[in-house]
Design a protein around this ligand. Sequence first.
Ligand code: GDP
Ligand code: MG
Length: 436
Amino acid sequence: LQDSFAKITKTLVGKSKITDKNIEEAIEEIKSALLEADVNLRVARRFINATAEEARGEKVLKAIDPGQQFVKIIYDKMVHLLGDERSELALRGPDVTSTILFLGLQGSGKTTNAAKLALHLKNQGRRVLLCAADLSRPAAVKQLEILGEQVGVPVFTGEHQDPISRAKAAVQEAKKHQYNVLIIDTAGRMQVDTDLMTEIKAISDAVNPDEKILVADAMLGQNAVDVAKSFDEAVEITGFILSKFDSDTRGGAALSLKSITGKPIKFIGTGEKVEALEIFHPERIASRILGMGDIVSLVEKAQETVDEEEARRMQQKLFSSDFSLEDYLEQIRMVKKMGKAGELAKLLPGVSAKDIEEKLDEKQMVREEAIILSMTKKERKNLLILNPSRRKRVAKGAGVNVVEVNRFINRFEKMKIQMKKVMKNKAYQAQLAKSL
Ligand code: GDP
Ligand code: MG
């Protein structure tokens, strides 16, 4: 889906004119991209109609950059399809235990994602308890115990050998020991069947969970939507974790789930590791699908390199013998822009970031800048010509005492001498060569 949309946006951006024919062509392409991605047919139709309707509007035809605007329409509709805003877990206050029930088919990723979510919540400072209520396979409990140990979250098993009693006992345990969150892992089946639904409903009624999360396998595409409908009819789910998003090249389930069930996707599973869980942000996923994320990261990357190059150039300059106040001024400005003393420390050998923070505070930088600006270009290049009367003039221009001007000039001269010394140091030269 990403590839198809990247192509579509590419053809649209830069189009100086959007005609009915253009729209028709793009819409056709979007349609086949969606269907190829296994997006639910009803969802695809609705999406296309809404997009086309808005795109045909006068507003777009008269716009300055219609191509980009068209892409924006597609993007907005897609964000809407994905659920508009990120949806948080409905957790209770810190003094009440919240219960989250995990549901889904066998192999959808319930157990793995229960551990992932436990880790996620634990990292937010919550006390989490896991409950192994999948008693259909002997290995299921063991699997959760191993994962629980991995993420440092206790796993409740208890005495009971039926899932309903066990889930109930887990709630008692969690309340007794004041856990903030209890996550209950349940059994799945290969397919939706009445036995499974009866069991799920019984557990749900017994523990009355705050969240009923369906773990949906993204690789199932449209079938994931059918599964979701069945679970929702049985227990009224509250949201999804879309697992195996990393393996889903088509993206059909992501686009259809919210639209068909009305329930939000809250997280996506992005790998087998316990850290591989991401909060679901509709805007980010839409950008990813449309290939707009690439543009953003490209711009960010470019900005980074500009700063890096600037820093490198300054560093080279710093160690050349003609480092002048003019350069120093440029450096102050760069540091101010970067806003980090650590960056200046990188440029000044033998000085720690802490030193700089203490000595070169913002206010001092402002005063130094004023002093340098009050000098003529000639004076900045050659401090020797700064006789007492010139210094007085500079002080007056900068609004500081002449003593401060003298102190600043001395400091700068000393810094240059120290710099020369450092440059004679072989070890430092080697290090510098490496960093350049
Ligand atoms: P359950 O039967 O629903 O409990 O499913 P499991 O948690 O046992 O997961 C089934 C398989 O899917 C395991 O091999 C997991 O490692 C794998 N899995 C789960 N979530 C993800 C995911 O987000 N990405 C990938 N690539 N694999 C996943
Ligand atoms: Mg399991």
